[in-house]
Design a binder for this molecule. Sequence first.
Ligand code: SF4
Length: 360
Amino acid sequence: MMNIDMIHNPVLRRVAEKALSGTPVDEKDAIAMLTTSDIVELGHIADFVRRRENGTKAYYGVNMNLNYTNVCELRCPLCAYSRDEGEEGAFTLSLDEIEKRVRGAVEFGIDEVHIVGGLNPSLSLDYFLEMLRLIKRIKPDLFIVAFTATEYEYFARRSGMELSELFRAMIDAGLGALPGGGAEIFDPGVRGRIAPRKISGKRWLEVMREAHRAGLKTNATMLYNHIEEPSHIADHLSRIRELQNETGGFKTFVPLPFHAENTALAVEKQATGFDHVRIYASARIFLHNIPHIKGLWMYLGEKLAQVMLHFGVDDIGATYHYEKVVHAAGATTDDVGSEERLRRIIENAGMAPVRATAAY
Ligand code: SF4
C-alpha cells in the first residue's frame, strides 16, 4: 500500500494521488518525474504501481539471442552493430549455422529464441520463414520472439506483401511475439539525428498496430541516454500509451540506455544513477496500462537492474546466449547470464523469481 504521507514533494504528491485513484498522469507530470531529485518518493509511487500489477513477482527468461546478420542498409549513427556487405566483421548466418546454434542452446535448456538482425538485401522472405520453421522443428514448444517493426516494414516492402499478410505467414511459420526494437525516440528532430534512415516513429506505431491486429503481443522500447530531453521521453511514453489504449497489444515496455562506444554518435552527457532510476520509475507510473517494465541486466548491469526491482521494474531480462548487439556498443556485462545468478539477484532483492517467456 502507498503511504501518501511520505510524499512531501507537491508535484509528486499529485502524481501519487493520481496513481492511487487510477487516473493517468499527463506529460507535464512525466517531465516533473523525469527531472526530480526526490527519487525515494518517486520510487515509492513506482513501487506501488509495480506491486499492484505484479505483486512481488520478478520475471526472468532462459533464452538465446539469434542475431542472424549484421549487414544493414541503414547504418544508423546510433548503431555499433551493423556493417556493410563485404566489410571486415560483416556476417550472415546460413540456415545450417542457425540450426546448429539453436540445437546447442536447446541442450542448455532454453525456452525462447529472440531474433533480430540488420536490413540485409541479400536475404529473401523464404530465409526468414524457413528460419522460424526450422526452430519449431528442433523443439516445437520453443517460443519465438522475432524481428523488429523496422525489419517487418522492410520485409513487406521488398516482398510486396501487406503487413497483415506478412504477419499471417510469420505466425503460420512459428512466430510467437515481437520484440520492441526500433522505437528509439519518436520525436522526428531527435530521430533525424540518431537514426535518419530508419522508419519514422509514426510508421513504427503503425507496424505495431498491425501486429496487434494480427493477434501478436509485442514489446515497446525506448532508447535514452543520448541527445533526448525529458520532453521527448514524455512524448514517447505518451504515444505508446495511446496505442495501448487502442489495441492492448503491448506486454512490456523496455527502456534501453544507449551505449555510445563504436557508434557514430558523440554523447557528452552520460546518464547518472539517478537518471536511470527516474526513467524506469516514471515509465512504470506513466504506462499504467502496460503490464510489465523490463530493466535489462545486460544493459544496466546486474547491480542497477536489481535496485530497479524496487523502482518499477518487474522483469530483468534473460540469459541471452550469443547476444551481439549491445556488446558491439561496448557493454561490459557478460554476454550470458546463468539462471542461478538471475534468481539470486531477484531473491536477494526480496522478490519472487518467476521463469517466463514473452508469452507471460
Ligand atoms: S540500428 Fe538496426 S536498422 Fe539501424 S543500422 Fe543498426 S541494425 Fe540497421
